[in-house]
Design a protein around this ligand. Structure first.
Ligand SMILES: *Cc1c(COP(=O)(O)O)cnc(C)c1O
Length: 361
């Protein structure tokens, strides 16, 4: 596949080449059935086996305890911003939000329609370039919501927030770092992630939710918006995003073959480590995130001069790199290097940056 280039897109993002190759083969005829994967009924045996394997591998890879449901939903991570408070927050209860970026702000905004909210911390004062160390929780939050990786600003929690009342359950938007490192699911009430960064194509959202929270959800909501509907029907109440679930299954197989989440973490640390090491030494480029908050998934950096940033981005685009333009709210550059991003691509970018820097000095 020599026609492929290095794609640093923040999402939808690069997928493992072997996964794409296998999916391409099965688009025309899935497992020699004579029917393509997108053309199979979700109630038929071939697809039911795919869905079952996707769930089983997800549980195996992440060590998900048996008292959690694994759901494949639609509506993106963005629907979870409202679906969680809609099901679990009431006007007499307070939910605490750690506001570490634009996605966290959106989640907070949606919660306000259903109950009380409390901002336990915010890094907005510095354009979200750090993860706050000081967090002040409300006395007894019903749940605590955080965004484990801030895709736009290039910051990431090293570990779960702690110190809130033990009666609260933890909710995590893990859209942009799910399965990039080992995770102790038992610390969470709900983990959710749109697939298009680390798990598969857009159109499917992974939700891992503890059984008691499924049961506690409001039953006065439209059927499609209740977790129990999807839990009771194994994500097949209506037609699920079959191709997305299939691709996610292939990605789970790939993660397992790479050695699981521990191996993913080592690979991600090595990739991001080399890039930050170069950025720290560079006299032209500077990382934008505070050192202790740096993301292993989205590496944000600037030159400090907009015209130079633009010249650099333009140069990358005519040299086999794509997707390096930073989000408009940060400016500069962003290299998204999720699980599937190849280490060679990081090394090629570093070499290109070195050459660009040398040519300017
Ligand atoms: C991309 C992203 C979202 C939005 O996901 P959709 O699936 O487009 O709704 C939410 N949160 C984070 C952290 C993201 O990176």
């Amino acid at each position: 596949m020599s026609s492929r280039i290095f794609n640093f897109s923040a999402g939808p993002a690069v997928l493992p080449e072997s996964v794409l190759q296998e999916a391409a083969d099965n688009l025309l005829s899935f497992n020699s059935t004579g029917i393509g994967i997108c053309e199979h009924s979700h109630r038929g045996k071939p697809f039911m086996a795919v869905a079952a394997e996707a769930e089983a591998l997800c549980r195996e890879i992440a060590g998900i305890p048996s008292n959690y449901k694994v759901l494949f939903l639609q509506g993106g991570a963005s629907l979870q911003f409202s679906m969680i408070p809609m099901n679990l927050l009431t006007p007499d209860k307070t939910a605490d939000y750690l506001v570490t970026g634009a996605w966290a702000e959106k989640a907070l905004k949606d919660a306000k329609a259903f109950g009380q909210t409390h901002v336990a911390c915010s890094s907005k004062d510095a354009n979200f370039n750090y993860i706050p160390q000081q967090v002040s929780y409300s006395p007894s939050p019903h749940y605590v919501h955080f965004t484990s990786n801030n895709t736009i600003f290039g910051t990431q929690f090293r570990t779960e927030p702690a110190g809130y009342a033990s009666s609260a359950f933890l909710v995590c938007d893990a859209s942009s770092d799910i399965f990039s490192r080992p995770i102790d699911v038992s610390r969470y009430g709900i983990i959710y992630a749109g697939a298009q960064k680390n798990l598969g194509p857009s159109g499917v959202t992974l939700v891992i939710i503890r059984d008691d929270l499924v049961e506690a959800g409001s039953s006065k909501l439209p059927v499609m918006l209740q977790y129990r509907t999807h839990a009771e029907n194994e994500s097949m109440y209506n037609t699920p995003p079959t191709f997305g679930i299939y691709l996610m299954m292939l990605v789970f197989r790939w993660i397992k073959a790479q050695g699981g989440l521990g191996a993913m973490e080592a690979r991600n640390q090595a990739k991001a480590g080399r890039l930050y090491e170069y950025l720290d030494d560079s006299r032209l480029f500077k990382p934008t995130a505070e050192r202790s908050s740096r993301s292993l998934m989205n590496v944000t950096f600037v030159t400090g001069d907009e015209a130079t940033d633009n010249a650099f981005i333009k140069a990358t685009e005519s040299n086999g790199f794509s997707g390096l333009k930073g989000h408009r709210s940060v400016g500069g550059m962003r290299a998204s290097i999720y699980n599937a991003f190849p280490p060679e691509g990081v090394d090629a970018l570093i070499q290109f940056m070195k050459d660009f820097e040398a040519a300017r000095s």
